[in-house]
Design a binder for this molecule. Sequence first.
Ligand SMILES: Cc1ncc(C[n+]2csc(CCOP(=O)(O)OP(=O)(O)O)c2C)c(N)n1
Ligand SMILES: [Mg+2]
Length: 322
Amino acid sequence: MYRLAEDELLEIYRLMTLIRRFEDKVAEMYTRGKITGFCHLYAGEEAIAVGALHGLYDKDYVVSTYREHGHCLAKGASPRVVMAELFGKSTGISKGRGGSMHLFDPVLRFMGGYAIVGGGLPIATGLALSIAYRGDPEVVCCFFGDGALPQGAFHESLNMASLWKLPVIFVCENNFYGMGTLVQNAICQEELYRFADPYKIPGIRVDGMDVIEVYAAVSEAAARAREGKGPSLIEAITYRFRGHSMSDPAEYRSKREERLWQERDPIKRFRTLLTHERRIAPSVLDKIDQEETAVVDDAVKFADESPEPPLSELTKNVYVEE
Ligand SMILES: Cc1ncc(C[n+]2csc(CCOP(=O)(O)OP(=O)(O)O)c2C)c(N)n1
Ligand SMILES: [Mg+2]
């Protein structure tokens, strides 16, 4: 049913590769002191952002978390402006004022980047309310981690979205940890998709390391939302390949656990599918790998050579200007 054309498959592969290369380079730039502050990487979770957004239109909205570089790139942001934002440069997507956790582009309909756990859910619900109020055809895709589930904002948002049948897709990225805390030590119900039941909305668990499975689930939820049938909750099982943030050595997880998940690497797995089942030549994929490496190198050069925001603009956009 979800047999995609070859050019679509290659685009999916390209985007996942871009995000992985981008995040690896961000880690390097952070270590070299080019990027400072909080910085949370998305490596390992690429199939969720790319699969989900492949199932949506450009006009649809995305609300994300502080681990949002991948969502922002998958939404179509140029790697140059995202990298420049991380470098704190005036050419950045938020003009260098936001940094890693505050990427934002209303033209792309990428509505942030939020540092507060669960903070994006009421914003996504409000956006969906405005869409429903105007009778527009868009949907909102809201990404959040397992750590958002015990927050009141999660429950308030699902209740309201269900009650008013709002066009929002709640995508929970369950990577088993909220910082160093395991899901089962924080949440009474480990099967997170079951939190859909009390709110009378569809809840489904998908393999978040399988880009096509994520794509299929989000496509279905989007069709439902566009028909006025309301929200869905999708729990995507995944794993972050690095620590919670750049300052976390992740000593709370065993090397064995990390290795097991590395074997399920969503990009390697998709590559195997493309070469074995779809008979795409490995050389085609190697070329994409090289191209995306060059794209990321170019983004670093652009960010490095871009100017700092001028001191004269220090207070601009801080208060409403007359
Ligand atoms: C309301 C709130 N409480 C606590 C924090 C501190 N904090 C930042 S990230 C995080 C863990 C969230 O984990 P999860 O939602 O699973 O997302 P992940 O980092 O795994 O992607 C916590 C507790 C915060 N930012 N906001
Ligand atoms: Mg988590």
